[in-house]
Design a protein. Structure first.
Length: 304
């Protein structure tokens, strides 16, 4: 399959700088538990313009070194960025190593895919910086090993994702569609949210429902999008963090067409009619104390 890879853009000479954007899940249905312990998914993801920034510099010294603006994050093998770089460099006869800077802007444990996007940006950058010549399929295979959401971020844009999330069917999502995101102070663990999911309980299956989301986006119809939003992980996340229900209500009361948790949480987003409407919703939310970080985001084209 031929697809466009996110191109790095030049920062200082000899170094590459890449933005690693966030995603929103506009639809997420869990289809069942798989023998490998993961869950089968049908999800719609769109990349949005809230991003981490990574810089890559080749060094004479071998190895992968990571510096991060967020001191609470590990900079060793536990960080997906280091694992992504090693995945491509280990066992290859390249000279020297790489120094990576991660300017962390995205909240973690928020369901916005920050760590996965950082890993995808790293794969693309290392492939280019070291001239490894890996094609889209080889990069996608490496991405899927690193995490379920990582392949999506190799291309971004909009995609229906299946399997455990790693099988992408890109679709032409409109660019510049505004959403308001609220990132609460607390984080949620993806593994823990899946563990507290009770399959078979709750709302009837919405398998196939991703088509309604894709159609609403193509029609640029915020009301239809609001009706089509669904996230099976909301219920288990609400059990772990009941405060999410208040945040969702606050977004709706601030005037959003609809509100939904993204991924396994904890961030919640509101659907807006246009940029001006998003501005009004965000302003109302910011005037309230204790809601969390409020941010207006816009959908991105493929390859950014
Ligand atoms: O793939 P990733 O490392 O991002 O997944 C984190 C955790 O989320 C997994 O260890 C698993 O517990 C859960 N998960 C799942 N089914 C998926 C994706 C993630 O159960 N499709």
């Amino acid at each position: 399959m031929s697809e466009q890879l996110r191109p790095p853009f030049s920062g200082e000479p000899g170094a590459w700088a890449v933005d690693a954007p966030a995603k929103l899940n506009l639809f997420l249905e869990v289809l069942g538990r798989r023998p490998d312990g993961y869950h089968g998914l049908e999800t719609v993801m769109v990349a949005v313009d809230w991003a981490d920034r990574l810089t890559f510099r080749r060094t004479h010294e071998a190895g992968v070194r990571l510096r991060c603006t967020d001191g609470s994050l590990p900079t060793d093998e536990r960080n997906l960025v280091v694992r992504a770089a090693r995945r491509l460099l280990d066992g290859r006869s390249v000279s020297g190593g790489v120094e990576i800077g991660l300017d962390k802007q995205l909240p973690h444990g928020a369901g916005m895919g920050g760590g996965s996007s950082d890993a995808a940006a790293t794969l693309t950058a290392i492939n280019g910086l070291f001239g490894l010549g890996l094609g889209p399929d080889a990069l996608a295979a490496a991405a899927a090993e690193l995490g379920s959401d990582v392949p999506f971020f190799l291309t971004g844009g909009g995609a229906v994702c299946r399997g455990r999330g790693e099988i992408r069917e890109p679709f032409p999502a409109p660019v510049g569609w505004a959403f308001v995101v609220v990132a609460p102070e607390f984080a949620l663990s993806t593994a823990e949210v899946y563990r507290s999911l009770r399959l078979g309980d709750g709302a009837p299956s919405r398998a196939g429902g991703s088509a309604d989301v894709v159609r609403a986006l193509a029609d640029r119809d915020p009301d239809a999008l609001g009706r089509a939003l669904f996230n099976r992980l909301e219920e288990p996340a609400l059990r772990l963090a009941p405060r999410l229900a208040e945040i969702r209500t606050a977004i709706r009361q601030a005037g959003a067409v609809a509100a939904l948790m993204t991924g396994s949480g904890s961030a919640v987003f509101g659907v807006c009619r246009d940029r001006e409407h998003a501005g009004n919703v965000a302003e109302t939310l910011r005037s309230q104390t204790g809601v969390g970080r409020v941010r207006i985001v816009h959908t991105l084209p493929v390859g950014t």
